[in-house]
Design a protein around this ligand. Sequence first.
Ligand code: SF4
Length: 373
Amino acid sequence: MTLAEMLERQTRPAAPALVESIDKNRVRCYACGHACPIPDGAAGVCRVRFNRGGTLMAPWGYVGGVQCDPIEKKPFFHVRPGALAYSFGMLGCDMHCAYCQNWITSQALRDPRAVSSSLGADAEALAADAVRQGASIVVSTYNEPLITSEWAVEIFKHAKAQGLMTGFVSNGNGTPQVLEYLRPWIDLFKVDLKTFDDRRYRELGGRLEPILDTIRRLHEMGIWVEIVTLLVPGFNDSEPELERLTSFLASVSPDIPWHVTAFYQNYKMTDPTNTTPAMLKRAAAIGRRNGLLFVYAGNLPGDVDDLEDTHCPGCGTALVERYGYHIHDYRLTPSGACPSCGRTIPGRWATTFDGQVTSRPFSPRPSRERTQN
Ligand code: SF4
């Protein structure tokens, strides 16, 4: 049996909120910004949602991988520093980035070199496993979670019943329908803002506007948002582009953390050089100049001055000091404020810092560990 045939069995009718009947058994899917019109017998762009006899079928009841990671690896820097994030993924993506760091799972249905498998799973058991492993957050990641939203929500319902937080690590190619559907069940959303050039987005299989709309809506909804931009030399790092990108984020809210991370040659994109510390620092300076209060440089621990740390925008006090995914020091008050000047620091902080909830060393490096977020 092929992977596609196996996955076809691991489905359920899509959530009614994410589907609309058009005509002659055609349906429109609203799980992602493509909003595919899908004829009977065909699949959408993602290849994991398909129309069977006028019913839109959605992935259900399996995982492609499960792993406990530090929350800093997602990366969320303003969410319970040191906490463990129980991370699960399914298979497939609605885009096809040439530099994808999770291509084994995201491109499983497009690229024959991406050899992945699925494991049948029970949502309640996954949430219980998260608790057993000491996680306080459950995150849908590795593939594009929007296209598998129904199964994520099923897991999140059980996770919330256990007192856990929930989040997506996503490309942000959402729709108003899918964000409303997720809203009651999700606390955190990391959006990969890959470029600010619509032409470039189309090369990757998306469009810029739905992603910007997702960021605006998430912020309005009160879901905690952090943004990551993988800085690819020659692809998305020109000064005018970074000016526009960071100005947009600051216009939504200067409080949104922006992580600018280093590219390593990967998957089909092997032409650009790797990102240097100087390139990250330059991009970070542009973000700060445009008003962003929390700018971080990632993937090059120890080489980016203080850009791994959280500082109080009011008085400059170092509040959380990091090296890679390690928390070296934590000084926020129990209410999430600066101990020196009392300024409230935006985020989803724990009332106490219990140290790093892991015995494993976590530092990004050019290895399999770095390639899975
Ligand atoms: S999830 Fe996106 S790509 Fe997949 S069928 Fe729905 S709209 Fe199309």
